[in-house]
Design a protein around this ligand. Structure first.
Ligand SMILES: [Zn+2]
Length: 188
């Protein structure tokens, strides 16, 4: 990430920006993965429902909830039946959105660079912005669904039972706002 910062801030063609670009790509993979592992470790061992298949299959059209065993159609981050939240997925998508938006925000095109370099930079810039926007949108829809589901869930499945869960969900809800701010900033 630090390499990405140094490399992308220097937007002339050359080794340094190349290293920066590669570092940015690595950060896009490594930061969400590390976040996912961290959240997984924080959650500890979770009991899985006997019907649930091992491993993560999101985005799957039909997914069996690991807690209640009910089938969810196109779940984002939350089981519609018992309210189980896929914290790991939520954290990974959030981390990806923030990383992509941050990379886009710090890679400012250099107007003195040769035309071909500006074109390549512009293309990568747009691609990064698109990825960040897509991930942020998924988080937005996902968290909105979680909030909207709360009153309909059984009492023991609601997120309001735990202060930590509540804080985490509020944090995730703010991620799209942060990403939008970063992307808007990158326009100037
Ligand atoms: Zn469930």
């Amino acid at each position: 990430m630090i390499l990405a910062f140094i490399g992308l801030a220097n937007d002339e063609p050359g080794m340094l920006s190349l290293v920066g670009g590669i570092a940015a790509l690595l950060a896009l993979v490594a930061i969400p993965l590390a976040t996912g592992l961290l959240v997984n470790a924080l959650l500890g061992d979770q009991k899985r429902h006997a019907d649930a298949l091992p491993g993560l299959r999101w985005p799957a059209a039909n997914e069996i909830c690991p807690r209640c065993g009910e089938v969810n159609f196109m779940p984002l981050f939350c089981c519609r039946h018992c309210g189980r939240l896929s914290w790991v997925w939520l954290a990974e998508v959030c981390a990806f959105a923030i990383t992509a938006a941050a990379v886009v925000a710090i890679s400012v095109p250099d107007y003195n660079a040769p035309a071909w370099w500006k074109d390549v930079g512009m293309l990568l810039h747009l691609l990064g912005a698109l990825l960040a926007a897509t991930a942020a949108f998924a988080v937005f829809i996902g968290t909105a669904q979680v909030w909207q589901l709360q009153p309909r869930l059984p009492k023991e499945g609601r997120v309001f039972r735990s202060k930590v869960d509540q804080m985490a969900l509020v944090g995730a809800t703010l991620v799209p706002v942060l990403c939008t701010a970063l992307l808007v900033l990158s326009l100037f």
